[in-house]
Design a protein around this ligand. Structure first.
Ligand code: FE
Length: 186
């Protein structure tokens, strides 16, 4: 309940305890007695991305990775404007922190159906992007810095249809800039 009221205990019971857990169960079942059982999670995602015959495994593996990344993208008393190198890079590449927020909010709100909005580093530049369903920057050679899950299961219990309010709460109160800064310098 540490992120209450921006994300409630009940949301986490379902989102972490059931949705994320189901991806783990499914992926484990799919790799059982296959060469994928020896690979890392990242290795499985890279090896199955774009392979239609492995879509089931890619979807479940990428959703495990995306969700772990999302949990780390939030912290109690998070949100607001980051300082340090990350703050400078946001100013340089977006023009200002407000411009970054606008772009991130826009990406999150306009992702049609299920998916994710991301802050990434691509070709040495910070950028915002969106991915559908289990799509992940990891599969596209981009460095993920921060993400928000915009599948309905991420916000429906607390915000119902109001996805923009959830994304605003994420930016104002949850975004874990320490995690993003660590990813940037990794
Ligand atoms: Fe989710």
């Amino acid at each position: 309940n540490a992120l209450d009221p921006h994300g409630s205990e009940r949301t986490f019971e379902f989102h972490y305890g059931k949705h994320h857990a189901t991806y783990v169960t499914n992926a484990n079942n799919l790799i059982k007695d296959t060469p994928f059982a020896e690979k890392s999670l990242e290795g499985i995602i890279r090896a199955t991305a774009g392979d239609a015959s492995k879509a089931g495994l890619f979807n479940n593996a990428a959703q495990i990775w995306n969700h772990s990344f999302f949990w780390n993208s939030m912290a109690p008393n998070g949100g607001g404007q980051p300082g340090g190198d990350l703050g400078k890079r946001i100013d340089a590449d977006f023009g200002s922190f407000d411009k970054f927020c606008e772009a991130f909010q826009q990406a999150a709100v306009t992702q049609f159906g299920s998916g994710w909005a991301w802050l990434i580093e691509d070709d040495g530049k910070l950028a915002v992007c969106q991915t559908a369903n289990a799509g992940t920057p990891l599969a596209q050679g981009q460095k993920a810095l921060l993400t928000v899950d915009v599948w309905e299961h991420a916000y429906y219990l607390d915000y119902q249809n109001r996805r923009p309010d959830f994304v605003k709460a994420f930016l104002d109160n949850l975004a874990n800039w320490e995690f993003a800064e660590t990813n940037l310098s990794a």
